[in-house]
Write a protein that binds this ligand. Structure first.
Ligand SMILES: *Cc1c(COP(=O)(O)O)cnc(C)c1O
Length: 384
């Protein structure tokens, strides 16, 4: 059966997967090998050396390609290694236009590493429809994240795709927060979709990895060339763990979204809460776009503690017991974060406050525990 005819729930389990040809093993075995026997010089079974190809990694690469509605996938040692691969498509003098509410590590890789190689980055508020004026003839890549971290801004992928195409630039979408279950950027015109598989795809906070997917053969050729030439590949054991996580993606995401909605509604009605950022709320400024391009609204919720400064806010997150205070997101367990002092601490106070990352902002990665336990935990932390 052609995978294009299958639902995403089925693709999460079977997409690009086949029982192992040598043994019939239903789960792809962990091919913990660096090299492969050749019958005769150059005569082999498609695998020569595990930086170039590995059967377990290949199974994961086929999986992400099928989930994103692409033809080609590539797996890397981290989300940042996947971003690094895309940036190596560029040459000195090229320009990148990126949304201004970016994952901190992406921002750091852009401004502290690749800007030293003669690539220019411009950051713009892509929810302002005039953002395309920042595109120049040298713009070779448009980079966007949606929903964004931690403000949960929603950006219009189809609109960005037509802008990028009109200017001959490639559109790359970081789909980490939504996952292909909620949103498929390639279907909306993106050229490449990128993931930190560390988050929802892996889903259990037990592995760090990055993924790319594309429909375009020319892009794929260069992507595989760079993957092999630079060597930032994912190992077979971690590929296996990621594949196992992906099998339950849809089931987990449904519960993340359900619990996320309950948490957002609870916070919106709580007297000690100022603003609530969740794309499913009607008042959210990206709600209409989110309704159009996402299946559901996700499990990430940010909010401000009303009239609180750094210390009062730090006390609220420290008082939570079911929510663990930690970096990262997207695992089965609920996490809380204080962006101003954690994920976004490296961004100057003035800069981060401009985009809304104030000292009283809390970010929640709502897990799949019983919703009543989550709400009770938030209540006791806020009511102290
Ligand atoms: C975590 C994250 C990354 C970086 O991925 P790593 O796996 O940590 O290298 C990139 N983008 C977003 C949106 C993320 O949340």
């Amino acid at each position: 059966m052609d995978h294009k005819d299958l639902h995403i729930e089925t693709l999460a389990i079977h997409g690009g997967q086949h029982p192992d040809p040598t043994t019939g093993a239903v789960m792809p075995p962990i091919y913990q090998t660096s090299t492969y026997a050749q019958e005769y010089p150059g005569k082999h079974k498609g695998f020569e050396y595990s930086r170039s190809q590995n059967p377990t990694r290949y199974a994961l690469e086929r999986s992400i390609a099928s989930l994103e509605g692409g033809e080609y996938g590539a797996a890397f040692g981290s989300g940042l290694a996947a971003i690094d691969c895309m940036l190596k498509f560029l040459s000195p003098g090229d320009e990148v236009v990126a949304c201004n509410d970016l994952y901190g590590g992406t921002y750091r890789l852009f401004t502290k590493v690749f800007s030293d190689y003669g690539i220019k980055f411009t950051f713009v508020d892509m929810s302002d429809e005039n953002w395309f004026w920042t595109i120049s003839p040298k713009t070779k890549m448009v980079w966007m994240e949606t929903p964004t971290n931690p403000m949960l801004n929603v950006l219009d992928i189809a609109q960005a795709s037509s802008v990028a195409k009109a200017h001959g630039a490639m559109l790359v979408v970081d789909n980490t927060f939504a996952t292909p279950y909620l949103q498929r950027p390639l279907d909306l015109g993106a050229d490449v979709v990128m993931h930190s598989g560390t988050k929802y795809l892996g889903g259990h906070s037990d592995v760090v990895l990055g993924l790319l997917a594309t429909k375009d053969e020319k892009i794929a050729e260069k992507m595989y060339f760079i993957q092999n030439a630079s060597g930032a590949i994912l190992g077979p054991m971690d590929s296996f763990i990621a594949l196992r996580g992906i099998k339950t993606l849809h089931v987990r995401m449904d519960r993340h979204c359900e619990n996320g909605e309950a948490v957002a509604q609870f916070l919106a009605n709580h007297p000690k809460v100022g603003k609530v950022y969740w794309p499913g709320l009607k008042e959210h400024n990206g709600h209409e776009v989110a309704k159009r391009q996402m299946k559901k609204f996700g499990g990430m919720v940010s909010f401000t503690v009303k009239d609180a400064g750094f210390e009062a806010t730090a006390e609220v997150v420290s008082a939570m017991k079911v929510f663990t205070l930690a970096e990262s997101l997207g695992g089965v367990e609920s996490l809380s974060g204080h962006p101003a002092s954690m994920t976004h601490a490296s961004i100057p106070k003035e800069e981060r406050e401009k985009v809304g990352v104030t000292d009283n902002l809390v970010r929640l990665s709502v897990g799949i525990e019983h919703v009543e336990d989550l709400l009770a935990d938030l209540a006791q932390a806020l009511d102290r």
